[in-house]
Write a protein that binds this ligand. Sequence first.
Ligand code: CMC
Length: 425
Amino acid sequence: MADKKARLTVDGLDEAIELPVYSGSEGPDVIDVRPLTGNGLFTYDPGFVSTAACESKITYIDGAKGVLLHGGYPIEQLAEKSDYLEVCYLLLNGELPTDEEKDKFVSTIKNHTMVHEQMSHFFNGFRRDAHPMSIMVACVGALSAFYHDSLDINDAHHREVCAYRLIAKMPTLAAMCYKYSIGMPFQYPRNDLNYAENFLHMMFGNPCEEYVPNPILAKAMDKIFLLHADHEQNASTSTVRLAGSSGANPFACIASGVAALWGPAHGGANEAVLTMLEEIGDESNIEEFVAKAKDPNDPFRLMGFGHRVYRNFDPRAKVMKATCDQVLTELGVEDEPLLKIAKRLEQIALEDEYFVARKLYPNVDFYSGIILKAIGIPTSMFTVIFALSRTIGWISHWSEFHSSPNKIGRPRQLYTGPSRRDYSK
Ligand code: CMC
């Protein structure tokens, strides 16, 4: 329902075009530009910096104020009082579960953690040194070959079952990637452990002895999952929505999200942060790297700094920083050389005019990479962990898209190539 109207005058058109303006429950009003096509016009917004591509009730971000809400609940409160699976329930259903609903949800997820035994054969086709994200893209898409009983995207129950399967199986697949890379046997999931503990068991356990998870590290792992759970219409979520708009099956759509997340400007940043810290190597080299980042003629950027939406601070980064300090104290590794470089970089970014003027604050990936490294997770697995955490966001948006009338996504373009010409040589 349009609350207001905008009027657009265009040179060459006799009359102003009237455009409805809608107000959401939070955030800026949006102008409905659909009447423009009837007047022979498109909007132009490369990078979608000022385009709302859909209506959504799942997550709200106010980048200027550093606010992130899931179902209306601030991320700081969820990180302190809730846990990852509860947030998964919230994102899928729009409300926090009662104790009974939560128990049922947790038990349902536990019952779906194993992957089809045939799936393990896929791994043998990969080189041991394959990047785990390449295996994830393949294996997540391949899930659609196994679960034919839940692929009717128009059936709400099928959509729900797919969501459960994805939330439950992503940690199993992720840990299998790691075990394969180091030539160790896959670890079956354990139902006596919680979600994060079970992931650590599948990553670091072995068949010869019982794995006992460290509660502080398991809690930190759960926080990393929770803080990455959803972030409204980012590049990978928009990719999942767009793939879903064609009617593609959910596993294929989530595989497209994994692929989009892989890039260093998005989820690949946590891996890129550690690679950058290793490249810097010593505190004495920091100035040189900072100068490169500030040089307009050098494409180098400080990984883990800046965000398209947050122009004040990233609320997830605040929680992550506190978790980071906890983990480093627990493990007694505060003096690690890479951490010293990270701390110095953080200080420079918070004080240097270049970063302050452009509002380039450390983002969530700056701290998550440091925590993951301290826990003993290899750098190449960082983006995989982001992907498993974000799966709930992707599937919740995919499900929301299919829960109401929808259209295939089909952006248009400003064409600047040759005009029509006749073939001649
Ligand atoms: N280091 C140095 N300069 C930077 C950086 C950086 N990390 N990020 C942005 N800038 C500069 C940029 O050069 C530009 O300067 P100028 O105005 O002089 O031309 C200005 O800041 C604005 O940058 P932008 O490219 O217009 O910003 P954007 O909104 O398009 O990009 C970003 C956002 C996250 C892609 C970018 O900040 C970046 O590449 N950061 C490093 C990668 C990273 O950490 N990504 C993880 C994001 S958080 C996790 C997630 O949500 O996926």
